[in-house]
Design a protein around this ligand. Structure first.
Ligand SMILES: Nc1ncnc2c1ncn2[C@@H]1O[C@H](COP(=O)(O)OP(=O)(O)OP(=O)(O)O)[C@@H](O)[C@H]1O
Length: 229
């Protein structure tokens, strides 16, 4: 590690099986504040499983995940949920917006769940929609958006409560390359401004090019190309 101090999030020797299928077989990972790390590798190699273990969504069979020095397995379910809600943000390939809510309400939702008053939450949502260059869709519902607009709204929602780690699993996988690049640029710029660490799962080298560092997962093992692990 560098002099920036202990890792924001780190994993050591993770193993995870689904029945007889080994999804992770000794994976290591580390990310510092403000860093964008691309997790690459072939289909089925264990990238999403690694992300889910890092985010405390899936418990590894063995190995440890530590967030700011605290082991996730030592936390209660309620503490892990609070961590995900308050410190982590998530962007997936599709389907994460609530269809019944407007885009502004979708982006305001994490703040409302954290107890922020409605007016403040809605004002911050509008700011984030503008930052992602989609303020014109504030009053629309997700079903009325293009794919690129929807992903930008999803990125705004993931970043609105100032998470320390953003987990993005193929965030541009459903977009054409031009829209994908715009979403990536906006996502990375916003994360760098706020010092958010980004765990970016992708199989596209063009998307990984936005990262500071690449980690390759093969057969459930993660290898850091910079040799930092
Ligand atoms: N919930 C599950 N139940 C059973 N098997 C699973 C489950 N999740 C993942 N697997 C298996 O674990 C292995 C790793 O899957 P994972 O989704 O982590 O890979 P990936 O690298 O993200 O793949 P892709 O790029 O195709 O999304 C695969 O063989 C997959 O079929």
């Amino acid at each position: 590690m560098t002099e920036s101090g202990p890792a924001l999030l780190s994993a050591r020797d993770l193993h995870k099986r689904y029945g007889s299928t080994p999804a992770l077989a000794g994976a290591d990972f580390t990310i510092s504040a403000g860093e964008v790390v691309a997790v690459m590798g072939p289909s089925g190699s264990g990238k999403s499983t690694l992300l889910h273990c890092l985010a405390g969504i899936v418990a590894p069979d063995s190995g440890r995940v530590a967030y700011r020095g605290r082991e996730l397995s030592a936390l209660s379910d309620a503490e892990r949920s609070a961590l995900r809600r308050e410190e982590f943000g998530f962007v997936f390939q599709f389907g994460q917006l609530v269809p019944e809510l407007t885009c502004q309400e979708n982006v305001a939702l994490p703040l409302r769940l954290a107890g922020v008053p409605r007016k403040t939450a809605e004002a911050r949502a509008v700011e984030w929609l503008a930052r992602l260059e989609v303020d014109e869709v504030a009053a629309k519902r997700p079903g009325q958006l293009s794919g690129g607009q929807g992903q930008r709204v999803a990125v705004a929602r993931a970043l609105v409560n100032d998470p320390r780690v953003l987990f993005a699993d193929e965030p541009t996988g459903a977009l054409d390359s031009l829209n994908g690049e715009r979403v990536m640029r906006l996502l990375v710029d916003a994360a760098r401004e706020t010092g958010t660490g980004v765990v970016l799962v992708t199989h596209e080298t063009r998307v990984a090019a936005y990262s500071d560092r690449e980690v390759v997962v093969r057969d459930g093992r993660a290898r850091d190309l910079a040799g930092a692990v």
